[in-house]
Design a protein around this ligand. Structure first.
Ligand code: NAP
Length: 269
C-alpha cells in the first residue's frame, strides 16, 4: 500500500504528543512507517519534531510515500513568525515540505488575515501541500474560508465515541473539509465504556480498535492515535481490518456518556 496524494488524508496516522524521549519517539515513528502507517502527526509544541525527523530518516519509507503534518503554535501565529518557525520545523523534520500545516488553535497570536496570509504564501511556494486548522469551531472555519485563497483542507479536533462532534462533522462534509480526529482513544477513557467492551468482545478486538474503526468508517474522517510502544502501534494498525456492522455503529452512536479530554483555558468554546 503506497500513499497516493489524490486519495486525501490517509485514514490512520500516528499521533506523537508527549512522545518526547528522543530515542523512543524516533523508534515509534520508524516502527509505524515500516509497518505501513502512511500519516505522521506532530506539532511545534510537542517539542519532538527533531525526533520525529530521526524516525523518518531511520525508516525505510521514502518521504513522498507518506503524509506528514505539523502545527504552528499559538505564540508563532504572526505573519513573519509563521514563516520563520515553519522553516525551523522543516529543518528539524529533515524535509523540505509538509503535506499539511495546521494553525494549532485559534488563540493568542491568531489573527485570521495576518496568520492565514502566511499560510497562503507557504502554499503558493509549495512548502506546504495543504492548509489545515485545528480546534476551529464553525465560525472560525467560515472566516478562514473567506480569508484564505487556498482551500481549508482539514480541521483537526478532538473526536471519539464520547465526543462525536456531530455538528462539526456535518459542517465538514458540507464544506468538503476533512476532519482529523485527535485523542481518538479519549486519552485512555474508551477502555472503560461498557458498550465498547461489548463490541470489542463480539469482534475479539480491543476497545482501541473499535473506537478507531468507528471513526475511520465515518465519511471524511481520519484519525491519529498516539502510541509509543510497538504493541500499541500494531494494535491500532489492525483497526484498519476491523469492520463494524450497523448494530455496532448504532450502539456507539447511542452512548450517553459524553466528555471532552483536552480543554485548555485558551480554547475557543
Ligand atoms: P489518544 O490517542 O486518545 O490516547 C493515547 C493514550 O492511549 C496513550 O497513553 C497510549 O499509550 C494509549 N494507547 C494507544 N494505543 C493503545 C492501545 N492500542 N491499547 C492501549 N492503550 C493505547 O490521545 P492523544 O495523544 O491525546 O491524541 C492522539 C494524538 O492527537 C496526539 O498524540 C497528537 O498527535 C494529536 N492531538 C492534537 C491536539 C490538537 O490540539 N490538535 C490535541 C491533542 C492531541 P502509549 O503512549 O503507552 O502507547
Amino acid at each position: 500500500m503506497t500513499y497516493d496524494a489524490s486519495d486525501g488524508i490517509p485514514k490512520l496516522g500516528l499521533g506523537t504528543w508527549q512522545n518526547t524521549d528522543g530515542a523512543q519517539c524516533a523508534n515509534s515513528v520508524k516502527y509505524a512507517l515500516d509497518l505501513g502507517y502512511e500519516h505522521i502527526d506532530t506539532a511545534q509544541a510537542y517539542d519532538n519534531e527533531e525526533h520525529v525527523g530521526d524516525g523518518i530518516a531511520e525508516s525505510s519509507v521514502a518521504r513522498e510515500d507518506f503524509f506528514l503534518a505539523t502545527k504552528v503554535w499559538i505564540d508563532n501565529l504572526s505573519h513573519d513568525d509563521v514563516l520563520e518557525t515553519t522553516e525551523a520545523s522543516l529543518e528539524k523534520l529533515g524535509t523540505d515540505y509538509v503535506d499539511l500545516l495546521y494553525v494549532h488553535w485559534p488563540a493568542r497570536e491568531y489573527d485570521a488575515e495576518e496568520t492565514l496570509s502566511a499560510f497562503d504564501q507557504l502554499y503558493d511556494e509549495g512548502t506546504i501541500e495543504h492548509v489545515g486548522v485545528s480546534n476551529f469551531e464553525p465560525e472560525h472555519l467560515e472566516t478562514a474560508q473567506e480569508v484564505l485563497d487556498a482551500p481549508v483542507f482539514a480541521n483537526q479536533v478532538e473526536m471519539h465515541p464520547l465526543l462525536p462532534q456531530d455538528e462539526l462533522h456535518t459542517y465538514a462534509k458540507e464544506n468538503d473539509i476533512q476532519l482529523v480526529a485527535y485523542s481518538p482513544l479519549a486519552r485512555g477513557e474508551v477502555f472503560d465504556v461498557p458498550e465498547l467492551n461489548e463490541i470489542a468482545d463480539k469482534h475479539d478486538a480491543s476497545e482501541a480498535q473499535v473506537s478507531l474503526a468507528w471513526l475511520m468508517q465515518r465519511e471524511n474522517v481520519a484519525t491519529i492515535p498516539k502510541a509509543t510502544g510497538e504493541d500499541h502501534i500494531e494494535d491500532n494498525f489492525a483497526a484498519l481490518d476491523l469492520e463494524l456492522d450497523d448494530e455496532d455503529v448504532a450502539k456507539i452512536d447511542d452512548i450517553d456518556r459524553k466528555e471532552r479530554e483536552v480543554d485548555p483555558d485558551f480554547a475557543p468554546w
